[in-house]
Design a protein around this ligand. Structure first.
Ligand code: GAR
Length: 197
């Protein structure tokens, strides 16, 4: 049976576009909803242009009550009956309660070769450490931030003269290849890690 995928984002949504555009033909999944934590997230317009239902729950009125924010998010999500949730640049830290409700069904993409550089500023940190290789990871979401079983990684060489921005741009190109490749496998019930390039 075709799997239903909801995508959560906070920003421009380029990974969402890559995922949505991959779910055609014999792909085992289809996008059913794109949600953001603010009305202004650029990814919402892109999703609408792709003909995908969109919605948002603004996190700001819930300041100090993350559980209430997540309950509102959860209530909207369940209406779309997703089998899989993809975090695609969703920049809110999720509580253990929310993560447990979607256990085994929630994926995230992170711009580093985990377990290196959990959290923010991953490109600057890879450069500061003089790493020869950087990249991105898709993993199952578990309660600890940027942990969880790794479902795929793509490596990117660090070049002389790289800045956080130039490195981020090359990593993003690989994110757009990695996330769809992992989702296709995952939706077919295969958790064998994907390695790119
Ligand atoms: C991507 O680089 C993604 O890996 C990162 O945010 C960007 C979103 O770009 N996610 C995180 O840092 C999560 N911790 P996009 O909105 O163009 O897909």
């Amino acid at each position: 049976m075709t799997k239903r995928v909801a995508i959560l984002l906070s920003g421009g949504g380029s990974n969402m576009v890559a995922l949505a555009q991959s779910m055609t033909g014999d792909h085992p999944a289809r996008p059913v909803l794109v949600m953001a934590n603010s009305a202004g997230a650029g990814g919402l317009d892109k999703a609408r242009a792709l003909g995908i239902d969109t919605d948002f729950v603004d996190h700001r009125p819930y300041k100090g009550d993350r559980s209430a924010f997540e309950q509102a998010l959860h209530d909207r999500l369940v209406q779309a009956q997703p089998d899989i949730l993809c975090l695609a640049g969703f920049m809110r830290v999720l509580t253990e309660g929310f993560v447990r409700r979607w256990h085994g069904r929630m994926l995230n993409i992170h711009p580093s070769l985990l377990p290196k550089y959990r959290g923010l500023h991953t490109h600057a940190r890879a450069l500061a450490a003089d790493d020869a290789q950087h990249g991105c990871t898709v993993h199952e979401v578990t309660p600890e931030l940027d942990e969880g079983p790794i479902l795929g990684q793509a490596t990117v060489p660090v070049l002389a003269g790289d800045t956080p921005d130039t490195l981020a741009a090359r990593v993003l190109i690989m994110e757009h290849r990695l996330y769809p490749a992992v989702l296709r496998r995952f939706a077919a019930g295969d958790r064998t890690p994907v390695h790119l390039p």
